[in-house]
Each structure stands twice: as structure tokens, then as C-alpha cells.
Design a binder for this molecule. Structure first.
Ligand SMILES: Nc1nc2c(c(=O)[nH]1)N[C@H]1C(S)=C(S)[C@@H](COP(=O)(O)O)O[C@H]1N2
Ligand SMILES: [Mo]
Length: 314
């Protein structure tokens, strides 16, 4: 019998009403203990099976905190296109087809163009960046991501002076993502950043984790990781990036504007309407820990918001 723990209900990104509408989905859910094929391999076998990402530059932007386990990070996911429970994406994204893959970068740019995945992988040296990553639901992880600053890609297309924001869109195909019908959120998944946020060196264009290419459930083949914002800003399986002149829509804001603003900076002083944001639980740990302003990246990013009311711009 599959049942929901009360914490899962009270701290889910979707409202209880949407959860109720998704009940069918939960009842059809997979056993939580099921492991992905790669999980069954020994570490040595896994290294052999991995898509080699070559020599990774160790980034000085990394935290020295202990990384979360590969298992936790790849079996407890939010990827609504592949189901709304934490266990579904690892199961239902298994056969997600990520080759060939093309990302269109267009809009207010002198040189808009498409980038194949092969081009993206070669654009800039791949770095290992160990970041804290916190979901608005109150869980967090520390992940050795692989990628490089998003700015390297954006600079390629030469943003014009009219470009003030960047909008992002995920892959969406009901044939590959049948569960998306019951997601209860606006799809295709869209997100946005102000241009200066997108150009900040911490904003990562991510192509891998734990030295390997990204598993489908974590956003293969290419996603964003914006470590000072709640996890939902870190859009997965990116297919489109558009430089725009005004603030673009974002999936969670469209779905529930009362609960999710455009900025979504991690801020322990601004509670979510349905729960506190003052603390979090790191996956693999029992005791909750205090949540840090900007998820611990205040020294690097607070300047971007100087003079802004961060309670109003939540
Ligand atoms: N396309 C897409 N991107 C997404 C989501 C999603 O449902 N669809 N979920 C977001 C949320 S709510 C979180 S917390 C992070 C989770 O990333 P992870 O599963 O790699 O930890 O992905 C974000 N990116
Ligand atoms: Mo999230």
C-alpha cells in the first residue's frame, strides 16, 4: 500500500488541491526502493559504464561541504514531466531520448543560433562545481555538478542592449512524457532570470554530475543550476533560451503566483505561505539545519539585489 507521509503533502510545491487532482498519479507510483540500473554496478563498473566527460577542472566556486550520495540525488527528484512523486522520474525517465539534442539561443542577440549538444560540450572547459542545491519544499543536497558558467554560452550569441532578461524552456513531448498530463503545472516548463543573474559566474550550464553525463531524471542532457535560488529555477532538459526585454513568465509563478515569485532567491526570512523556510533537511541527514540567506552564496550574489525589497520580490 502506497501512502503519503504528512510532510510530503504539506511541503509539496503543488497545492493540496492539485495534489488531490494528481491522486491517480500517486496511486500508480513505483516502489520507492527501486534502483536504477547504474546503481546496481560497483563503483569501478560504474566508472567504466559512464559517459566520460574527460578531465574536469576543479572549480574554486565549489563548497567544501560533504557531497550527497549519488543514490539520494538520482532517486529523489522533482521532474514533473515524468511524474509528480519523488521516485517517479528515476523510473519513468529511464528511456528518455536525449540524442540528437539541440538548444536554440535566440531573441535580442546579434548572432542567434542553434547549438548541438556536441558543440555545447566543447564550448568551454568542463568544470566540477560542488554546489548546495535547495528545494523550496525544504530538502537540500550538495552535488558535484559538471559544466561551465552559462555566461560562456550567452556571450556566443552577443546579447544586444535590449536584452534585459533571459527566458528558458524545457523539452516537452507527451509521447515521451505521458505522466505530464497529470503534472498540474504549466508545461512546457519555463523559467527566467534577469540578464545580470544569468551572466553571474555562479549560474551554471550543467551537463553532468559525479563525473558523468546527467542522468535523465536530473535533467539530461543539459540543465541550469542556479545555486542561490530555490531548486525550481534550475530548469532541466533545456531546449530553448531567449534573450528578452521584459520579465518572462515562469512555470511556478503561472501555476501559483501567490506562492512563487519571479526571483525565488533562497531567503530564510520569507516563509512559503504554507510552511517555514528558516530550516532545511539535507538528504541523508536527520536533524534539520538552518537555511542560509541566498543558500550560503550571499557574499557572491547579494550585490545583485542591492536596494530591492526581497520580501516583496520573493
Ligand atoms: N523541466 C523541469 N525542470 C525542473 C523541474 C521540473 O519539474 N521540470 N523541477 C524543479 C524543481 S522543483 C527542483 S527542486 C529541481 C530538482 O533538481 P534535482 O531533481 O536534480 O535535484 O529541478 C527543477 N527543474
Ligand atoms: Mo523544488
Amino acid at each position: 500500500m502506497l501512502y503519503l507521509k504528512s510532510a510530503d503533502i504539506s511541503q509539496s510545491e503543488v497545492t493540496p488541491k492539485s495534489l488531490y487532482l494528481n491522486r491517480r498519479n500517486f496511486l500508480a507510483g513505483m516502489p520507492a526502493a527501486f534502483l536504477g540500473a547504474r546503481e546496481l554496478l560497483s563503483p569501478a563498473e560504474r566508472a567504466k559504464a559512464a559517459t566520460g566527460l574527460g578531465n574536469l577542472v576543479k572549480s574554486p566556486l565549489s563548497t567544501s561541504e560533504k557531497t550527497s550520495s549519488f543514490k539520494d540525488v538520482t532517486t529523489y527528484n522533482n521532474f514533473y514531466e515524468f511524474g509528480t512523486s519523488k521516485e517517479q522520474p528515476a523510473q519513468l525517465a529511464k528511456n528518455f531520448k536525449t540524442t540528437p539534442w539541440v538548444v536554440l539561443v535566440e531573441g535580442e542577440a546579434a548572432k542567434p543560433r542553434k547549438f548541438s549538444m556536441e558543440e555545447i560540450l566543447k564550448l568551454s572547459p568542463l568544470e566540477e562545481r560542488i554546489y548546495r542545491h535547495r528545494c523550496v519544499e525544504g530538502w537540500s543536497i550538495v552535488v558535484p555538478w559538471v559544466g561551465y558558467s552559462l555566461s560562456a554560452l550567452l556571450k556566443q550569441v552577443e546579447p544586444t542592449s535590449k536584452a534585459k532578461f533571459v527566458s528558458f524552456e524545457s523539452y516537452y513531448d507527451l509521447k515521451q512524457m505521458p505522466e505530464a498530463r497529470h503534472a498540474g503545472i504549466h508545461l512546457p516548463y519555463v523559467e527566467g532570470l534577469r540578464l545580470d543573474e544569468a551572466m553571474h559566474p555562479l549560474a551554471l550550464l550543467c551537463v553532468g554530475m559525479y563525473g558523468e553525463s546527467l542522468p535523465p531524471q536530473d535533467g539530461a542532457p543539459v540543465r541550469l543550476v542556479v545555486p542561490w535560488k530555490y531548486g525550481f529555477k534550475s530548469i532541466k532538459s533545456l531546449v530553448k533560451i531567449k534573450l528578452v526585454s521584459s520579465q518572462p513568465p515562469s512555470t511556478w509563478n503561472i501555476t501559483n503566483a501567490h506562492e512563487y515569485g519571479f526571483y525565488s532567491n533562497v531567503n530564510p526570512q520569507v516563509d512559503h505561505p504554507r510552511w517555514t523556510q528558516a530550516s532545511e533537511r539535507r538528504l541523508g541527514e536527520v536533524r534539520r539545519r538552518p537555511t542560509l540567506m541566498f543558500n550560503g552564496y550571499a557574499d557572491q550574489v547579494a550585490q545583485l539585489y542591492a536596494g530591492m525589497d526581497l520580501k516583496r520580490n520573493f
